[in-house]
Design a protein around this ligand. Structure first.
Ligand code: ZN
Length: 702
């Protein structure tokens, strides 16, 4: 654990609390994203100017790693004390009462469900962790004995009870005369640790002391033990493993979607994870659950461990397949089948478990962690950020599982207890809290090719506002990366940039592979790279110009279509292919035959794609955009003006004149709106179709 640093911890209570929180939050073995909490009891003026005894406690929806002063909720301690006297309270009543205890209801975040724990412990500073070391002791059949053996009376023990009001009630009963004297901390069975102190530093040092002792005990028990048994599957070599992952992630994502869970996937294939999941007994131990109740919400009630068909993994390894894009072929096929079958069985078992425990309306996100030995742990989230949180929680769970197995035996809640937690409305609410805007493209992954400028850029921004996850591909990697940074600043983990020259089919394939590894699949392709035409008469058209135009406007689209269709067919959840075709596909442009012919070839190709893929729910449409105000169009205007001996303004005036809408130019955002409609579910019944944006009578397709 990180040592306390006097210089960094400022003097006032709230600064000390922030410092304490950030120290704890920085260590994923102590708390996982969003989990754990801290508090201080202090005297401060309320809105009326009266100095009162208050509790400042981490608010709901905040994270210890990043929390600042405004992340804490301030509550009247005397009112909170009345809560403990209540015989029974529903969740809603408890939350309503806690809101009524707030000093600054308009300013502070809502109190978390663990607030009563902090108000009931009569110490100034309190820190609560879901740390691996304590849970290695407490997720066992004889947790109390282990705690007593290590700590004697210095650490109190509380048997499992559901967090929230029941936990508060039990705590109040047990400690009605104050907690045991000499105790510096409390282990809550199958939940975590709370430590306290008069100062933030004392609280932290006690926490550290308890955790380090627990760690040493677990380490001693684990020495020379291979807790999950001998290795059953050898992890694949890096390149082969990633190829295989790119081939199977869309299968997993598609199966989840068909069972009602539209998710983005994250693959954890770190060395530590791979080692743990390849062991013989891993599946058996993992089936017992996760490490702390909150992880049920984040990583699911239990993971699905797929038994990989040995020949598939073995054959891949023996063949020594490198980083080729063919990994999804024959080798992956048995694994695809094994995954589909295992997911079907898991879903049926889950429905039975939910029903047995009184839940007739199963939650959609019933499965968040899928383990494929040899490949990695695949976590599902409504967005990539949630999938990352699931992965962090599951990594900690794997460590606690190993620790508990070393100490005694890993054991979590009964099915009934786990289900109660899983369906607890206050926990479910946390999922909703994390949600951004629910736009048309929420939980969809889109790849935009030619994303760094013009129409591609405007479309990326529009898709991002609609909630999409985005892969921004461009020859100009810096431009695409800057765009991704901007999007991620507003909505973290939504966009990433990849460089690709569309003239190189392998580069296009690699961009798709990266996209799948990043999000688990692809739902939308928007193809919009452009290269400005060199103007030549057909009598003098150089072969090089034809080559250049065909490479970018046609062959790149062929490669992108091939890659997108493969992924979409594997997902079996349909898809949207959208292309920027331009007016030139329909109307001959003076001395721009190469450009127009490449676009016309694209249009015909898209019609073929629409007709072949429609039966799989994949639509293919194109946009006939004209006079869109992009750098490429401005360059063309300059060239045309020169050709005609006009100023650029005169040329633009001429364009306005011939446009039905009398517009010289159309903003790229107008094309982005059309692309959004084509990318969304609203266009499900439209395929092989063109939407005209800009242009005029002359540009109407015929
Ligand atoms: Zn907790």
């Amino acid at each position: 654990m990180i040592p306390w640093n006097y210089a960094d911890a400022r003097k006032d209570d709230i600064s000390q609390l922030v410092y304490l929180s950030n120290l704890i939050g920085a260590d994923p073995d102590l708390v996982q994203p969003g989990g754990g909490n801290t508090s201080v009891k202090l005297e401060e003026p309320d809105l009326f100017g009266c100095t009162v005894r208050a509790l400042a406690v981490k608010g709901s929806g905040t994270d210890l790693r990043t929390i600042g002063p405004s992340g804490f909720t301030h509550l009247y301690l005397d009112r909170l004390a009345l809560l403990a006297g209540r015989e029974s309270l529903s969740d809603e009543e408890m939350m309503a009462l806690m809101r009524a205890c707030m000093l600054f209801p308009d300013r502070d975040p809502v109190p978390s469900v663990e607030t009563p724990l902090h108000s009931l412990l009569p110490y100034r500073f309190v820190a609560h962790t879901h740390d691996v070391a304590t849970l290695s002791l407490s997720d066992t059949p004889h947790a109390r004995e282990h705690v007593r053996r290590i700590f004697g009376k210095a650490v109190a023990f509380l048997e499992y009870v559901r967090p929230g009001f029941p936990l508060a009630k039990r705590l109040a009963e047990r400690f009605s005369e104050g907690p045991p004297r000499d105790a510096i901390a409390l282990v809550m069975e199958k939940h975590g640790l709370a430590a306290w102190g008069d100062t933030a530093q004392e609280c932290y040092e006690r926490l550290r002391d308890v955790i380090e002792k627990a760690e040493a005990y677990v380490a001693e028990q684990s020495s020379r033990k291979r807790v999950f048994g001998p290795s059953a599957v050898a992890p694949l070599a890096d390149a082969a493993r990633r190829d295989l992952a790119a081939a199977v992630l869309p299968v997993i994502r598609g199966e989840l979607a068909r069972q009602g869970w539209r998710a983005v996937l994250y693959l954890d294939d770190s060395a530590e994870t791979l080692e743990a999941i390849c062991d013989e007994r891993f599946a058996e131990v993992a089936a017992r659950g996760v490490m702390t109740p909150e992880h049920i919400l984040r990583a699911g009630v239990r993971p699905l461990v797929v038994n990989s068909p040995e020949p598939a993994v073995g054959a891949q390894q023996r063949a020594g397949a490198g980083a080729t894009s063919t990994a999804g072929g024959l080798v992956a096929a048995p694994l695809h089948d094994a995954i589909r079958e295992a997911m079907g069985r898991f879903h049926a078992d889950y429905l039975r478990y939910a029903k047995t425990n009184g839940q007739d309306h199963p939650i959609p996100d019933y499965l968040k962690t899928i383990v494929v030995p040899g490949l990695g742990v695949i976590c599902a989230g409504r967005d990539r950020r949630s999938a990352l949180v699931a992965a962090a929680c599951y990594r900690a769970t794997m460590r606690a599982m190993a620790g508990a197995e070393a100490v005694e035996r890993f054991e979590f809640l009964s099915d009934a207890g786990a289900c109660e937690m899983e369906y607890w409305p206050l926990e479910r609410r946390k999922i909703a809290e994390g949600a951004g805007t629910r736009g048309e493209l929420e939980d969809k992954a889109a790849i935009i090719i030619g994303a760094a400028s013009g129409i591609g850029r405007a479309t990326a921004e529009r898709f991002a506002a609609a909630g999409a996850h985005l892969v921004l591909v461009d020859l100009d990697l810096d431009g695409a990366a800057a765009l991704a940074d901007g999007i991620n600043a507003a909505t973290p983990e939504r966009a990433f940039a990849a460089a690709a020259n569309v003239a190189d089919p392998e580069a296009v394939a690699n961009a798709f592979r990266e996209a799948v590894l990043r999000f688990g699949g692809i739902d939308v392709l928007f193809y919009s790279p452009g290269v400005a035409p060199e103007l030549h008469s057909v009598a003098e058209m150089p072969d090089a110009e034809i080559e250049a135009q065909m490479a970018v406007h046609f062959r790149g689209a062929v490669a992108a279509t091939r890659e997108a269709a493969r992924v979409m067919l594997e997902q079996r959840t349909g898809g949207r292919l959208i292309y920027n075709a331009s007016k030139a596909a329909f109307v001959p442009g003076e001395r721009a035959a190469a450009y127009g012919a490449a676009k016309a070839a694209l249009v015909h190709y898209v019609r073929n794609a629409a007709s072949e893929l429609g039966r799989h729910g994949i639509t293919a449409n194109y946009i006939n955009a004209d006079a869109v105000d992009t750098p490429l169009f401005r360059a063309l205007v300059r060239e045309r003006a020169q050709e005609r001996g006009q100023t650029e303004e005169e040329t633009l005036a001429h364009y306005a004149e011939r446009s039905v809408l009398r517009e010289a130019t159309v903003p790229p955002e107008a094309v982005a709106e059309a692309a959004l409609w084509l990318a969304s579910d609203h266009s499900a019944h439209t395929t092989g179709c063109v939407i005209t944006v800009g242009g005029g009578a002359e540009g109407f397709p015929r």
